[in-house]
Design a protein around this ligand. Structure first.
Ligand code: SAH
Length: 248
């Protein structure tokens, strides 16, 4: 009886070993080669566009090396997903250039336990990058169709700590405030008061600000003893923040 049991365990262990080490890749060959090609381009993106510039946050580099950016762009632009420029997505919007995603994420100074708010979900790519770097992500998208599509994609790909809702991000997400980090991926005329109010003490708000549509200042605002302290990061070009920001 004892021996029979022992033999059973040995057999199970051997079967386990066999399945763990020798599991065949059952994806069709063309899918494997395509995915491998995307993975190669993603590695090149990390070294040529990010690490070689001023992206030094190792976690940001690591995470952007895992997020399948090609699944967040329009199928027609998949081959360009890892190139050094923004790409069009639905509703006339754009997914930012990888370097800008990395730079803005790095500016949030994330350590792993944060609660982060994003304004402008778009394709969901930036939210997916944040998902692996923090505890929870709340993302607001103005266009309901984009909000629904990105929420579904993020869920399908397993980014379960991201919540998306449709609405005007000018007003933030007050029910979930305060946030340790807020990232705005559309250009505001000025820093919305409601977002500052929803920032935790010591928190970072990263936002493109400007009166014109062709160039804005990317700024980081820290809340220090309840007051905003602003620093300029670089010049950028983002699509405009729609809704209340335009009506002022
Ligand atoms: N972060 C996105 C890129 C966003 S492009 C990504 O990773 O793909 C900017 C997005 O901001 C667009 O989807 C646009 O619809 C959205 N947007 C514009 N004004 C907004 C507002 N007031 N509130 C929320 N989202 C807004």
């Amino acid at each position: 009886m004892g021996q029979g049991l022992a033999a059973g365990f040995v057999a199970l262990a051997i079967a386990g070993l066999f399945f763990c080490s020798g599991r065949p890749d059952r994806r069709p060959a063309e899918v494997q080669t395509e995915e491998d090609a995307f993975a190669r381009r993603r590695r090149a993106m990390i070294s040529d566009q990010l690490a070689s510039r001023d992206i030094k946050d190792k976690k940001v580099l690591e995470v952007m090396g895992t997020v399948p950016r090609h699944l967040f762009v329009d199928p027609g632009s998949r081959n360009l997903a890892y190139e050094d420029y923004p790409l069009p997505i639905a509703e006339g919007q754009t997914i930012s250039q990888p370097y800008i995603v990395a730079l803005m994420t790095q500016c949030l100074e994330l350590r792993g336990k944060e609660k982060v708010l994003e304004i402008g979900t778009g394709s969901g790519y930036q939210a997916a990058v944040l998902s692996s770097l923090v505890s929870s992500v709340f993302s607001v998208e103005y266009h309901p169709a984009l909000a629904a599509a990105s929420a579904a994609l993020l869920k399908k790909l397993g980014y379960v700590n991201v919540q998306v809702r449709a609405g005007d991000g000018f007003f933030g997400w007050p029910e979930e405030a305060p946030f340790d980090g807020i990232i705005v991926t559309c250009a505001a005329r000025r820093v919305p008061e409601s977002l500052l109010a929803q920032l935790a003490e010591g928190g970072r708000l990263v936002i493109p600000v400007g009166e014109t549509d062709d160039v804005q200042r990317l700024v980081r605002v820290r809340k220090v003893e309840g007051k905003p302290v602003e620093e300029e990061i670089t010049l950028v070009r983002f699509v405009p923040m729609l809704g209340a920001d335009r009506k002022k």
